[in-house]
Design a protein around this ligand. Structure first.
Ligand SMILES: [Zn+2]
Length: 319
């Protein structure tokens, strides 16, 4: 981890969703390493939308990266022969639909790795959205107004290339409608490209991974990326996350690359074992951690995991 984590810097409200936005040092600006050097390994594609950086990461896969805001969210466009899947739709800043229209003429299915606002906020631009049928997800389809999430998009959190027509004062996450409900284990056929939905709650109650066995890729959303992983919001569950890490590890022989929802893409599958071991280590009371207010941060080198304190494992609530 390149930066020292400052747990007290939490600007979001109840969502407290994703990414590594709580990182900062006195010596460096948070945006100094952006865009991250690892992106230079991929062919960059000009779509005429400066807010986004688009990279071709395989013959039939694009990554759409937001390097100008400290969430550094990533969505993925998976091309089949008959349809395309857009995995997540970022923060609703810039015209994501215009980017996708430059990349493909195929019909688009939007499938979210989870419904935190930084993954669904351009959903409203698209006609066909798949999702889970559960109260948490359905509540998030109502969107979030400026009072709820405006504090996450300010002049302090953006460093360049803000679209001309964007206003901080009116930033919000627009409502969207789920057109088709999907379940754990479902296969979504894009034409010569099948995407499997696997339910892995923990970071949020509605987190999934999306597995493309043919192309040996796993879209991990916020359940793994090489930075602090958040498992402490009110709706997060470490007990669920622990179980989900074991489920993800079960697919280690089916994929070669992890495609996370923030920061960097095409991460080695060996991280699935690191994540599994990390969740086991958190259960060991002798494993050191950094104490924050009602939170613990466990450092595992390339990534860390931030959980509630006391740890929500084996704790019964509501009675
Ligand atoms: Zn999230």
């Amino acid at each position: 981890m390149r930066y020292k984590l400052i747990l007290i810097l939490m600007i979001t409200t109840f969502l407290v969703s994703c990414s590594k936005k709580a990182q900062e040092t006195a010596e460096e600006n948070w945006y100094d390493p952006l865009p991250r050097q690892s992106w230079s390994a991929f062919e960059r594609v000009d779509t005429g939308q400066d807010w986004f950086e688009v990279y071709k990461i395989s013959d039939n896969t694009f990554a759409i990266y937001e390097p100008n805001q400290w969430q550094e969210a990533i969505s993925y466009l998976l091309l089949g022969t008959e349809k395309a899947m857009l995995v997540d739709t970022l923060q609703g800043i810039g015209d994501l639909k215009a980017v996708i229209d430059k990349l493909t003429d195929l019909p688009i299915i939007v499938m979210n790795t989870h419904t935190h606002y930084d993954h669904v906020s351009s959903n409203y631009q698209f006609d066909t959205i798949y999702g889970l049928n559960m109260p948490y997800t359905l509540n998030n389809t109502k969107g979030h107004n400026h009072d709820e999430i405006g504090s996450s998009v300010t002049s302090e959190t953006i460093w360049k290339n803000l679209p001309d027509n964007f206003s901080y004062d009116f930033y919000e996450s627009k409502a969207f409608k789920i057109d088709k409900f999907v379940n754990d284990g479902d296969i979504i056929d894009l034409g010569n490209r099948e995407i499997q939905v696997v339910y892995i709650p923990g970071h949020s109650p509605d987190s999934v991974i999306l597995i493309d066995q043919e192309n040996r890729m796993m879209m991990t959303g916020d359940s793994f990326y090489p930075a602090p992983i958040y498992v402490y919001s009110d709706s997060a569950s470490f007990q669920d996350f622990f179980m989900s890490a074991q489920i993800m590890f079960g697919y280690r022989n089916d994929v070669d690359y992890l495609l996370p929802g923030h920061n960097e893409t095409m991460q080695p599958v060996s991280y699935l074992n690191e994540l599994r071991k990390a969740t086991l280590a958190i259960l060991n009371p002798t494993t050191p951690y950094e104490q924050g207010e009602n939170r613990r941060a466990y450092d595992f080198g390339d990534f860390s995991i931030i959980v509630k304190d006391p740890l929500d494992f084996g704790i019964r609530t509501g009675d």
